[in-house]
Design a protein. Sequence first.
Length: 182
Amino acid sequence: MRRSLFALALLPVLGAAAIPFALAQRPYTPGPENITLPQGWETRFLRFATLDNPQRKIIRNFYVNPEAFAAARPGQPLPGGTLIILADQKARLAPDGTPLLDQQGRFIPEPGWVQIGAQERQPGWGVGYGPEKRNGEWEYARFNGDGSRNNGPVEACFTCHLQTRAQQDFAFNFWDYVQARK
């Protein structure tokens, strides 16, 4: 009797522990839905670059998860689990439509995000894409400024990264940042 009560008491604990394992074991299917935007990424992730885009009148902020930041090494592929986030903000505009600049000559951002892009690498990802599209083990996803999923196409991400950055592990700014880091 005691043994069966003990087993019944453990069921909720074991069941809850089995859920992440079961989710981790689901088969990989190519597509942007593999990437989720983590809660609290804005405060937990490290911003490693900020670029002003005069044509689009936006500020693009580049973030990476701290685990990838710590594990990345020059000359090596970026580690599995790397999640790079590109978060765009509108530039504050003068009455004539030109971006306002701060004391350093950088655009002054409007509050909030306009759009968010993500690039994530996981072991085994990319299987199922043909050579004209496969970017190693990377997937791409789009999100709206509020963090909700944007189901718009990500084909341009694959094309651009494949054509211009195959020798740099299909990554742009973070790859360059890691190579320059001492």
